[in-house]
Design a protein around this ligand. Structure first.
Ligand code: SF4
Ligand code: SF4
Ligand code: FES
Length: 280
């Protein structure tokens, strides 16, 4: 085994009274995971630099004035962290309420579970609460952009931009409730700089970006993850040899993802590996 990076010094922190040891540079989220704590996250991406956009992951650090976003705050030796204090739980609850009252979280994995766990009640903002509701953008055969489900986490922008793809096809346009992820001049995807790598779809935490196959199957009521199997294989198109995870329902490939822990590709693919499965 050739180590991919030099060994890191280990530091000791305390999570809910339990001593844990993590490598230097680890985040509080890593330390919480080591202690077996399940902290909700939305804008955090395991292959992206944290953006601190959603704040659903906050924890309380002893001696700190404000709550800390666990996904980006680095663990420091001797830190004492509490994950389930009333203050942290209340903050997560309000974040979930604000998001759920303004966006459609119906395809956000675990959103329902977290709402129940934190007692979030988005309805308390009233029927007239402003939302970002808008019709889905279906302008190509590969993937759909349904920005009524977008929480503006920036993950797609970062995946498309300098963190991975360097295509810079999308960015944030507008302000407040009019803020939306947009192509340049709000052009159709087919007229934009998009190269259809689908790396934005890979990281979107809410289903705002989804394969056209998934979008169509959800619309006709046939999308059923309980009936899907996942097989990781190797892309047959070129010599890079990216890993593909084929999601198969009723013996048909319905979408393609890629393992995030691959040290070469980190979950990223090109258009052929991501969408070129029709020949199968
Ligand atoms: S489209 Fe998805 S990844 Fe992009 S900002 Fe919205 S929720 Fe985040
Ligand atoms: S996904 Fe693209 S880069 Fe990766 S092996 Fe397939 S064709 Fe090559
Ligand atoms: S998951 Fe930590 S700020 Fe969004």
């Amino acid at each position: 085994m050739i180590p991919l990076q030099p060994p890191r010094r280990l530091i000791d922190v305390e999570i809910d009274g339990e001593a844990v040891r993590v490598p230097e540079g680890a985040t509080l989220l890593d330390a919480c995971a080591t202690a077996g704590k399940d902290i909700p996250t939305l804008c955090h991406g395991d292959t992206l630099t944290p953006k601190n956009a959603c704040r659903v992951c906050v924890v309380e650090v002893e001696g700190a004035r404000t709550l800390a976003p666990a996904c980006s705050r680095k663990a420091e030796a001797g830190m004492k962290v509490a994950t389930g204090t009333e203050r942290a739980r209340h903050s997560r609850k309000v974040v979930l309420e604000l998001l759920a009252s303004s966006t459609d979280l119906s395809t956000t994995p675990r959103a329902k579970e977290w709402m129940a766990e934190y007692g979030a009640d988005p309805a308390r903002f009233g029927e007239d609460a402003a939302t970002v509701e808008q019709p889905p953008k279906v302008d190509n055969d590969l993937y759909v952009r349904d920005y009524g489900k977008c929480i503006l986490c920036y993950k797609c922008v970062d995946a498309c931009g300098e963190q991975w793809q360097n295509s810079f096809a999308i960015s944030v346009a507008g302000r407040g409730f009019d803020a939306t992820i947009s192509t340049e001049w709000d052009a159709a995807l087919t007229d934009s700089a998009c190269v259809y790598c689908g790396n934005c779809v890979e990281v979107c935490p809410t289903g705002a970006l989804s394969f056209k196959t998934e979008f169509d199957m959800r619309a006709e009521g046939t999308w059923d993850e309980d009936r899907q199997s996942e097989t990781t294989t190797i892309c047959s198109y070129c010599g890079v040899g990216c890993n593909l995870t084929l999601h198969v329902q009723d013996n048909k490939i319905v979408k393609v993802t890629s393992p995030h822990d691959n040290p070469v590709t980190h979950g990223n693919l090109c258009v052929k590996g991501r969408f070129g499965y029709g020949y199968v």
